[in-house]
Write a protein that binds this ligand. Sequence first.
Ligand code: IPE
Ligand code: IPE
Ligand code: MG
Length: 247
Amino acid sequence: MDDRKLNKEKIPRHIAIIMDGNGRWAKNRALPRIVGHRYGMESVREVVTACRELGVEVLTLYAFSAENWKRPRREIRALMNLLKKYIRAEIDALNRNQIRVHFIGDIDKLPDDVKPLLDEAERTTAGNSGMILNLALSYGGRQEIVRAAARLAEAVVRGKVATSEITEAVFAQYLYTAGQPDPDLLIRTSGEQRVSNFLLWQIGYAELYFTSVLWPDFRRKHLYQALLEYQKRKRRFGLTDEQLREA
Ligand code: IPE
Ligand code: IPE
Ligand code: MG
């Protein structure tokens, strides 16, 4: 399918994707898991480009979870190398396309040969205003919420915020995604139907879309399918249908 069936007025502002199934894709071909991760980079490229073209404001990709540190060291090392490769290869294209890169997660935990590259990517794309690409690395939703609570507590202790002033909006300013709209659509590939500690606060009202397509097979047409399904959903936000019709 192409994008002609899509309602261009109803494109999600923020799309979040749990890119899952690289290992199974490789296993199906009797290849090492890392080959699946490598092919998954092509899916990343295609989805980033498609989202930018559609006018999505924020795209958040779950690339490495806080829990993924428990994987075999070899696989972690290979993933870190791929990350470096991706950034080096894509930075020019990201800039050309006015995409701003933002890394979310416990970045301090990443290897020392990776961190400077991430800093540089954030710095060189900081002035871009076409789309924000959040790459979640060493990311956990609960960890993010605990970190936000600790940072907010710090602000209270320093007298910068009064306890009585704490609202959802104030709390959200202490998350990695401060200032960004919440995801409207959460996509997970590979058939798993869980959120695996991804953006727990932010997905409170996201539409969930699960597909059995493995991440390395995920292409533009699969994104369009997800968007078509999203556009058919009725987002009630607690209201009745009658209220929605009036609004
Ligand atoms: C997703 O693919 C990528 C990462 C979690 C880094 P997986 O590596 O989880 O692939 P499966 O789930 O084993 O197939
Ligand atoms: C979630 O995938 C994390 C990423 C896609 C980076 P996992 O494959 O690690 O999730 P679980 O362990 O199956 O829940
Ligand atoms: Mg997986």
